[in-house]
Design a binder for this molecule. Sequence first.
Ligand code: BG6
Length: 493
Amino acid sequence: MIKKIGDFDLVLFGGTGDLVMRKLLPALYHQHQDGNLPAAGRILCLGKREAPKKASKKSGAALFLARAQTLVKDYLGAAYQEAHWAGFAARIEYMQLDAREAAEYAELTANLAQHPGRVRVFYLATAPDLFVPICQNLAAHSLNRGQTRVVLEKPLGRDLASAEQIIAEVGKYFEENQIYRIDHYLGKEPVQNLLALRFGNALLEPLWRREWIRDVQITVTEEVGVEQRADFYDRAGTLRDMVQNHLLQLLSIVAMEPPSSTDADAIRDEKLKVLRSLRPMAPEDVYTKVVRGQYRAGASAGQPVPGYRDEPGVPPDSRTETFVALKAEICNWRWAGVPFFLRTGKRMQERLAEIVINFHEVPHSIFGPHALKPNQLVIRLQPNESVRLYMMAKEPGDQMTLAPVYLDLDFHQSFKTRAPEPYERLLKDVIRGDLSLFVRADELRTAWTWVAPILTAWENSTQEPKPYTAGTWGPAASSRLLSRDGLCWHEEE
Ligand code: BG6
């Protein structure tokens, strides 16, 4: 049974930053507008950027709310209902606080002391180097008491060692079951639907294995480039930004064994087993099984766009990857020999996130020369989420001509309700104390361990990332990765 959302104080560190303004406040607003938040639910936004030096706190708060309202309106578009704004704004308090300064936590402490019985959530939407000082300061003011949770946003480290450090340091102040490591891909409706599809239907499970599945493709591509994030992105690159977290999480959900229940640890135990079964990449594998690319000037939505190295803030000789395609293998009884192809990149032809399950060909065709296309299950995360099962059927007419058609699970049609954005779901889960869609420390560690040899091989290599033209599907080497196994990416069929 779903747990109730109790009264809460949600404290947003990094409260004036992009994530809070563009994702968290709009998500909370939407939930408020839909009547899903309890009346006693406060949002404390902590920041220092907003108020001009001599402005009073009041004008800082007013400025903050005005900016938040504009962004919420933009984000929700037609769904925004002005009538609800005042009620939502009444939940918000804006407070200036330098997260590194222990003395500045006194006001926050006094503020939270007004509601000792509430669920307390500290959401660290900050740079990771602030995670530890914030946790230290929260502990120093005894703010971790009762039902207290801390939410950590990615990036959770830049390699195994730094992730270990965050895990250990935050672990000094909070128990593992108080720590909510966000991977917003887990909050996407179709990802949860994958669980429903796999474990709510008897039909798929017997087929969900090496005997029937030829290969799996997981693609997450974006049309946008590096945008205004060159400072972060050029130090991270796509492997750290997308593969280590979002793509490996998707892979683990596709490949996991049936968990014993929907309990957080039952699900996370099974995901962890998948991550632990990934065949480690030997240094020489990195050259044959991983493609790294970087976009050059091209076009996006019909407009010319610069290459990555010409983006503001990117060094002209940057070797940071903006594209990764790789072949992963899962060494267990269910999946031995089934390649899992992962691909993600910026400035690609389309914004697309989908999981494609390619089944084997029929063992023998009775239809003579007619080409039979193997069955395919396509789970589209975005845009236009859908699940389609492609099958061969006879075309109407005298001839026995076969063509692929699909069975379509159209969620909007069937359920006639909107699909909430990931942060709407995830924020409510934190408040109600449900950890199922959050990453446990051992998962994080295992994912970093798996990508580590790739990072090392690239660091030691003199090779440049493979160039690809902005607005395409990536470098030619990405297609070759599959054609070596006689396969091709879904859109190339
Ligand atoms: C973030 C990455 O985690 O995910 C971004 O840091 C990326 O670089 C974003 O753009 C993609 O998320 P979505 O939900 O828009 O596919």
